[in-house]
Design a protein around this ligand. Structure first.
Ligand code: ZN
Length: 212
């Protein structure tokens, strides 16, 4: 955002979130090319970003809207990314490129969903485990990852449970990830837990225990 808050791309108005994601010149044209014309009046007339996102997520369930919820969010992310690339890197992408990349990302996600449908998920599909961190059961090993995992690893002859840990419960993992920013690339095995990690685990325990 510029010092006077005016959009640095079109120079015509204050750069609000809604302006960046929906109304700025070529972004408006992009949406116009992917949304069924019968929905466009409502789409462009909603006044707040909250109303606009809620409305889109609701419409995204209708087939004739021409855009499902996943594609809507991925397009928003790509539009935001293009805005940052323009400002900070002096690069830009045409609408056609944004749409093609968003559709490509969606088809990758669908492929991952198909591939992982054979995994023996813990319980019924991915679900939140207990909010509070706890040690693994005996003879089990816990691995915390950021959502990326290898299918080759998963397909080995061992029993796997995959579960999602909510953001509220990952203070310790978040701390470790931030520590890793200063480390060299590669596998790091800690012989002893960092002192600072103990405090994070106490916090994780305290924060989540209060919810019980
Ligand atoms: Zn603009």
């Amino acid at each position: 955002m510029s010092a006077d808050n005016i959009c640095s791309w079109c120079n015509s108005t204050v750069e609000s979130s809604l302006h960046v994601l929906r109304d700025c010149t070529d972004t408006g044209q992009l949406w116009g090319s992917v949304i069924n014309t019968r929905y466009q009046r409502d789409f462009f007339n909603l006044r707040t970003i909250d109303d606009w996102i809620s409305w889109n997520l609701k419409q995204g369930k209708k087939l004739e809207f021409q855009m499902n919820n996943g594609l809507f969010m991925v397009l928003c992310w790509n539009i935001w990314k293009r805005r940052n690339e323009r400002i900070f890197e002096g690069k830009s992408r045409f609408n056609e490129c944004i749409i093609a990349q968003a559709k490509g990302m969606m088809s990758c996600l669908e492929r991952v969903q198909t591939k992982t449908s054979s995994i023996n998920w813990y319980g019924n599909g991915i679900q939140n485990c207990d909010l509070r961190w706890k040690p693994s059961e005996t003879s089990w090993v816990s691995l915390c990852v950021d959502g990326a995992f290898s299918m080759t690893m998963i397909r080995r002859a061992w029993e796997i449970r995959i579960c999602q840990i909510s953001r509220d419960a990952n203070v310790a993992a978040d701390h470790l990830a931030k520590q890793a920013l200063d480390a060299w690339l590669g596998l790091h095995i800690l012989s002893f837990p960092m002192e600072s990690l103990g405090r994070c685990m106490d916090n994780t325990y305290t924060v989540n225990e209060s919810r019980v």
